[in-house]
Design a protein around this ligand. Structure first.
Ligand code: DX5
Ligand code: ZN
Length: 225
């Protein structure tokens, strides 16, 4: 199954003092989804924002809110993020002992379920949950911070996951170190959703965001197989 290339700017790299405007601007600039990086200072060594901030952003756009939960345990917060207006809730395979249950909970809340893998986690970790997910998020850096270097070894993992998925309608997303220079690598390996923070939120204007999004989209679309 072929999904379109989607560009999902991560607001982690936006100006936090005017997040609503940043979300509106990046959607005007052509973003397909808004990627929301939630960090708890426990699962990852950084803290960002929670459901109340997401709820307040919801009125700025109707674009898909793609919520990446870097929190452990996640289960007790899934309902709050669903109510805040997230459309996709992605939990990490490493974040708890009952991954299948977490994914079932997301679906029972009426949301799309995503599962994410850290760079060190093999694709076998998600073999038995593929019928319970709508999206697989392959981390292409170690989660916690923007502006890190893309890890090349993740391309092979993306290829293997693409093969494991077969004809299920699951989207493959990549996150970390995505830029005009690296975008073709994951796209060529089978990813269709590209998250980018620092490569998009620079320049501070709709025009700058538009050219940054296009500079990632073009090589990704060319590299698709
Ligand atoms: C990392 C986050 C990413 C991050 C990507 O933990 O999940 O979404 O914002 O940032 P860049 O694109 O700067 O690598
Ligand atoms: Zn992310």
């Amino acid at each position: 199954m072929t999904h379109p290339i989607r560009i999902a700017p991560s607001i982690l790299a936006a100006d936090f003092s005017k997040l609503g405007q940043e979300v509106r601007d990046v959607v005007d600039a052509g973003a397909d989804w808004i990627h929301l990086d939630v960090m708890d200072g426990h699962f990852v060594p950084n803290i960002t924002f929670g459901p109340d901030v997401i709820k307040s952003l919801r009125r700025y756009t109707e674009a898909t809110f793609d919520c990446h939960l870097m929190i452990s345990p996640a289960d007790g917060f899934l309902e709050a993020f669903a109510k805040a207006g997230c459309d996709i809730l992605t939990v990490h395979a490493e974040a708890g002992p009952h991954l299948h249950r977490s994914l079932q909970t997301v679906r029972s809340l009426g949301k799309k379920a995503g599962v994410s893998l850290n760079p060190a986690t093999p694709e076998s970790a998600i073999e038995y949950v593929l019928d319970t997910v709508d999206l697989v998020l392959v981390m292409t850096v170690n989660p916690g911070f923007g502006g890190q270097k893309f890890i090349d070894a993740t391309a092979e993992k993306i290829r293997r996951i693409k093969a494991m998925i077969g004809d299920r309608p699951i989207e493959i997303e990549v996150d970390g170190g995505i830029s005009p220079e690296t975008a073709a690598i994951p796209a060529g390996a089978g990813a269709n959703v590209l998250v980018a923070g620092s490569a998009i939120f620079k320049g501070g204007s709709v025009e700058a965001y538009r050219s940054a999004i296009q500079a990632i989209r073009a090589p990704a679309e060319k590299a698709r197989r």
